[in-house]
Structures are given as structure tokens and as C-alpha cells.
Design a protein around this ligand. Structure first.
Ligand SMILES: Nc1ncnc2c1ncn2[C@@H]1O[C@H](COP(=O)(O)OP(=O)(O)OP(=O)(O)O)[C@@H](O)[C@H]1O
Ligand SMILES: [Mg+2]
Length: 320
């Protein structure tokens, strides 16, 4: 069952922190990297080259911890979409293997069926995903293909339409929608299949700010139900605020994984991956340099946490 809300979520001006996150000396609960936690997916030594000879993945290793929110970052052409197409079973490694829930993914009928029941892939380009004439038909396609009975398909489609708030689009032809509308329909099509792992390639690209906040909120609710969510994005503020773990890629390899606050303060990695430090951490670094926040403060993940830090520090300054 997909989480839905009867009322629209409040639209925040900044990304919220994970529930329970606190700022200050107590800090937030540490999130260990994939190696130490229960891995839902392990990518082991995967190499892939396209037919024209372009090598897109180079003996890539990574681990996706179960129940986490993971963000994959990296410059254009570093291999994010190629990786996601492997996770969704669309591409097959030339070398190496992908282990899903403890079992190596096989590209035979049974192996791919198991993969499609577990993993929902949202393509970067919605036109690669949508093909049926109406939005509702399009969203029904995945569940019907899984062989579900008609009543279950109907409920799943209605839930997915409600969760992505696209009821107004349900009877329109998919090919006539705007880019952002198509992205939301593509996400609904994946949700309707009730996947344990959602792999969404730049899901917020092209969405307006309100649709982006609603989608992030939906991903949070799906994650709270126990689903693992992996997205790629070029939005470093979103990655900092939302991810439990970030994976940084460069030229078909993983060059760093870890907590967003650690990775985004590693200037060498940011330079190598052509990433920028999020403005919240940039401001935090300036304030620390000026002595306006304590040296031992936990780095903020959004504007609200940054404001709290400044506020706490001001409260410590004795009045004469
Ligand atoms: N169909 C294809 N045929 C040949 N080369 C391809 C094909 N698709 C991607 N590539 C190449 O594979 C490499 C990885 O591309 P990929 O699309 O995975 O990058 P990306 O990290 O998703 O980039 P972006 O941020 O632009 O979406 C790039 O060098 C790209 O040019
Ligand atoms: Mg891509």
C-alpha cells in the first residue's frame, strides 16, 4: 500500500531534516555506510561499455543499505543513469554482478521477474517510460504485467495517482503532458507496482518547486514505510538535507560514499566530481571561520538548522 495524504503537505522553503535530527553537541544518530549495514543491493565490480565502445562503468563497487535514502551525485556523463539502468535490470553488466537481497541478479525470465517485483526504476527521461494512450492506462501497465488481479490493479493505480497528486491528469493522453507532468506520471507508474526499492534517476529535474517538495515528502513517507529510495540529482542542497548517505561518482567509478555532511566538506572530492559545496555548508564554513559558531557544532543540513546554530551561539554570548 502506498502512503497517501488527504491534505497537501505544507510547502517548506527549505528542505526538512530527517525526523528527529537535532543540532548541537548531542548531534544526530550516525548512519553507517553500506558495508556495515544490511545491504539490499550490492554492485560488485560492474563494468559496462555501450555498443559504440564508450566505457560507462569501470569495475564499480557499491552497496545500498536497506531502508535508507541514498543520493547518487556526479557530473554529467559520469555514469549515474547507466548505473540506474543496471539496478533496474535494463542493462546487463559486461563484467561483475549485482546482488539483490542476497541473490545474484540473473538476466533470465525468473531473475528479471524477481528484479521487477522488487525494484521500481524511474527513468531520467519520462518519454522512455510512458507509452500508453492515457495516464491511467500507462500507470496500470506495470501492475497488469506483474499478473495482479484486476481489483488489486485498480486499487494500486488509484493509490499511486493519489500519492503523486495527479488526479487531474488521469484521463489525459500521456504524450500531450508537459515534461514535469510526465515525470510525475512516470513516478506514479513505478509506485503502482509497490516496489521495495525505488531507483529514481533525477526525479526532481524539471519539477516546479512545489512539486519538488511534494515529491520529496512522498519519498519520505515511502521510506518511513520501510522502502529503500535511491535517487540521482545535481541538486546538492537536496542531497545534503535529505540523504542518509551519498555516493559520489566520477568517470564510471565511485570515488566517495558517506554521510552528506562529511562528503560535502571534502573539498578534494567535490573538486574531482565537479560538485559545489551546498550554500548552507558554505555559510557554515564562513561563520566558523569568523568564530560565530562553535568549533564542535554539528554541521547543519538546511537553513533552519543553520539558523538554530547561530541562535544557540548568540544565546551563549554573555551580556555586559
Ligand atoms: N546509448 C549510449 N551510447 C553510447 N554512449 C552512451 C549512451 N548512453 C550514455 N553513454 C555514455 O556513457 C557515459 C555515462 O553516461 P550516463 O548517461 O550514464 O551519465 P550520467 O551520469 O547519467 O549523466 P547526466 O548527469 O548527464 O544524466 C557518458 O560518457 C555517455 O556519453
Ligand atoms: Mg543521467
Amino acid at each position: 500500500m502506498i502512503a497517501t495524504t488527504s491534505t497537501a503537505p505544507a510547502i517548506a522553503t527549505t528542505w526538512a531534516s530527517p525526523a528527529g535530527a537535532t543540532v548541537g553537541a548531542a548531534g544526530r544518530a550516525p548512519v553507517t555506510s553500506g558495508a556495515a549495514t544490511d545491504a539490499l543491493v550490492q554492485v560488485r565490480g560492474v563494468t559496462f561499455a555501450y555498443p559504440d565502445g564508450t566505457v560507462a562503468l569501470r569495475s564499480l563497487d557499491l552497496s545500498i543499505p536497506r531502508g535508507r535514502k541514498v543520493v547518487v551525485l556526479g557530473a554529467n556523463g559520469c555514469g549515474k543513469s547507466t548505473l540506474f539502468l543496471h539496478l533496474g535490470g535494463v542493462l546487463r553488466p559486461k563484467a561483475g554482478e549485482i546482488v539483490l537481497d542476497g541473490e545474484v541478479v540473473r538476466h533470465d525470465r525468473a531473475g528479471l521477474l524477481r528484479l521487477r517485483r522488487t525494484v521500481g526504476l524511474v527513468f531520467q527521461d519520462p518519454d522512455s517510460q510512458l507509452f500508453a494512450s492515457s495516464v491511467r492506462q500507462d500507470i496500470s501497465f506495470g501492475p497488469l504485467n506483474l499478473g495482479w488481479p484486476e481489483a488489486r490493479v485498480r486499487t494500486a493505480v488509484d493509490d499511486a495517482i493519489a500519492a503523486t497528486q495527479i488526479a487531474d491528469l488521469a484521463d489525459r493522453p500521456a504524450h500531450l503532458l508537459s515534461y514535469g507532468q510526465k515525470k510525475r506520471v512516470a513516478i506514479a507508474g513505478v509506485l503502482a507496482m509497490d516496489p521495495q526499492l525505488i531507483v529514481a534517476d533525477e526525479p526532481t529535474a524539471g519539477l516546479d518547486p512545489e512539486a519538488t517538495v511534494r515529491l520529496v515528502d512522498l519519498f519520505d513517507r515511502l521510506n518511513a514505510e520501510g522502502r529503500t529510495i535511491v535517487i540521482s540529482t545535481h541538486d546538492v542542497e537536496l542531497a545534503l538535507a535529505w540523504a542518509d548517505e551519498v555516493i559520489v561518482m566520477r568517470e564510471g567509478e565511485v570515488i566517495q560514499t558517506g554521510l552528506p555532511t562529511d562528503v560535502f566538506q571534502d573539498m578534494a572530492v567535490l573538486r574531482m566530481a565537479r560538485l559545489h559545496r551546498p550554500i548552507v555548508l558554505e555559510t557554515y564554513a564562513h561563520l566558523r571561520h569568523m568564530g560565530l559558531v562553535p568549533e564542535d557544532a554539528v554541521p547543519p543540513r538546511n537553513a533552519g538548522e543553520l539558523a538554530d546554530l547561530i541562535n544557540c551561539n548568540c544565546a551563549r554570548i554573555p551580556e555586559d
